[in-house]
Design a protein around this ligand. Sequence first.
Ligand code: 13P
Length: 231
Amino acid sequence: MIIAANFKMNHTRKTTKEYIKKLKKFKDLDSLKIYVFPPSTALDRFDTTINIGAQNAYPAVSGSFTGEIGLEQLNEFNIKTIIIGHSERRHILNETQEFITKKFNFFKENNFTIFYCIGETSKIRESKNTFEYLNEQLIGVDLNYENLILAYEPVWAIGTGKSAKKEDIEEVLEFLSKKTSNPILYGGSVNPSNIKEILSIKNCSGALIGSASLNVEKFCEMINIAKESRC
Ligand code: 13P
């Protein structure tokens, strides 16, 4: 079971350090795979078995890419995990599928664990084109890559406090599980009151959590629930 915290543009270097320190004290973390994605300014070599990942990076070792970080900056802290394809980067920062694929291939070549995110907008869901749309977001992505973790995050459920319905998640995870044998996560308003039900969904290997992960006590509460659940 994988439980991951995506801080997005929240927390500082100082508060991330305090967060990791508290999380490390939390018992039995080893029965689950825990990932934390702080903002890039808070990346560091934390002395912990918790996996620390980057929310984003440019597909190059180093170079003239103002405002970006690349492999050299990630290597400094031994970061080997990255999120690619998050809807906020697709829709707010206008990343194209072509660019996302470039990132995927670059970090695959460098053996990263890749949390690859896909998810439909509410407009697409209403027009009943969800599966077609998700297929488009998988173009150019090697679904057999051994270090791939797929994350289904419907855009309309992200940061809204309203997660997708169990049946809807189940249907999409079923569809994705036919395409890959890698772990598939759900993300979108996961919180302590719905995580149990979400983790019980067939083909669900864990959760990618935004807002509800920002508070370390809340995150630990969800880890506890995950420990008691199915896988
Ligand atoms: P929320 O949990 O805030 O809905 O965010 C989900 C997400 O985008 C994780 O990557």
